[in-house]
Design a protein around this ligand. Sequence first.
Ligand code: ADP
Ligand code: ASP
Ligand code: MG
Length: 421
Amino acid sequence: MKFGGTSMAGTERIRRVANIVRRQQAAGHEVAVVVSAMAGETDRLVNFCREAHALYDPAEYDVVVASGEQVTAGLLALTLQSMGAKARSWLGWQLPINTIEAHAKARVDTIDAPDLVASLERGEIAVIPGFQGVSAEGRITTMGRGGSDTSAVAVAAALNADRCDIYTDVDGVYTTDPRIVAKARKLKAVTYEEMLELASVGAKVLQTRSVGLAMKEGVRVQVLSSFIDDDATPADDLPGTMIVSDEEMERIYEEGDMERQHVTGIAHDKNEAKIILTRVPDKPGAVAHIFSPLADASINVDMIIQNVGRDKGETDVTFTVPQTDLARAQALLEDRRGEIGFNRIITDSKIAKISVVGVGMKSHAGVAATMFTALSERGINIQAISTSEIKVSVMIDEDETELAVRVLHTAYGLDAKDEAA
Ligand code: ADP
Ligand code: ASP
Ligand code: MG
């Protein structure tokens, strides 16, 4: 069971969480619980790091931001104990949750679970802070924003759990963010592949890596709400959204439980920033000079456009990076100005990426055309486009995000029917 930040935001909320956990135990389950920091806490800690040092050391950043989860893990264990349950916390380094690769974006490598299993067998509830692990050097690591979802799936895989229930502040995965589109519809099920794509283009209800890991390890994941009454349907009756394999999805369609759509969901992402390098030499190797140093610094580049060369063998190159990496990317590129040979570097954080996702588009033409037409009818200008087999993304002005998502939701026929109609 994993509980997100809103579910853990304060003593009263933690008490509700403790009740949900105890009910699962009372139903005969052994439960490991993964918790997030209180809502807003990680943002607060990140800001402290930025104030301390604009180009902060990611290893020290991890020391600071991992603390939020330590607090909620201890508090949930205490709350459970106050209710007479046996519970204890297990910090990332105590299990341990071994991680590899860069600080602030660590990946789970292995989890040593024997002590945890023994504790569960003794009837103890295990409370594990999400987001944090330990590096091979013995230092605290964190797994990127939203990383508690990945902690939960990794723990579920290590324990060979029957299911990984991700409790959050919405009661499932919707056709789009229900906070933006009131007419968004809850999906009964969504395939791993689609959820992976939706998450990677900004549907933050699950961290992308958690979905990839669940797919690889075959973990059954359910997304559901922790904001429920005491007499609500128990989680075992699957009231949320199940993340399922393609075969399971076929069965759901055949049983008529869900309608097939070309587009399953729409996501937006305001966390990228655009970089334009002007007057880059239009010759072999020029682009490699730009992107190799970024890759070496673990900066993910997403959309890339190289304009048609203009006179004098020069061209502009436009691309996007995560906003959190913008300062570092800019510094790296400035350092290599001579080598790359650009004239100016222009950045813009006020952009958004809107994506439509659905396995249905593999076999159906016209999904992209519908997108471009719907946006142009509202005067929304497209600055860049990228596609994959099951996704079309466009870059637009950030101010037009909400409008674009609503317009597309309607254009693909995803709006919930009016109750009255
Ligand atoms: P938690 O703190 O529980 O991890 P998050 O804020 O990370 O919660 O994720 C839940 C939020 O994801 C919801 O409040 C909702 O606004 C947002 N969201 C974005 N896209 C979707 C979607 N397609 N379906 C459901 N929620 C979505
Ligand atoms: N607290 C961390 C974050 O806000 C991890 C998580 O909540 O999943 O990113
Ligand atoms: Mg989250």
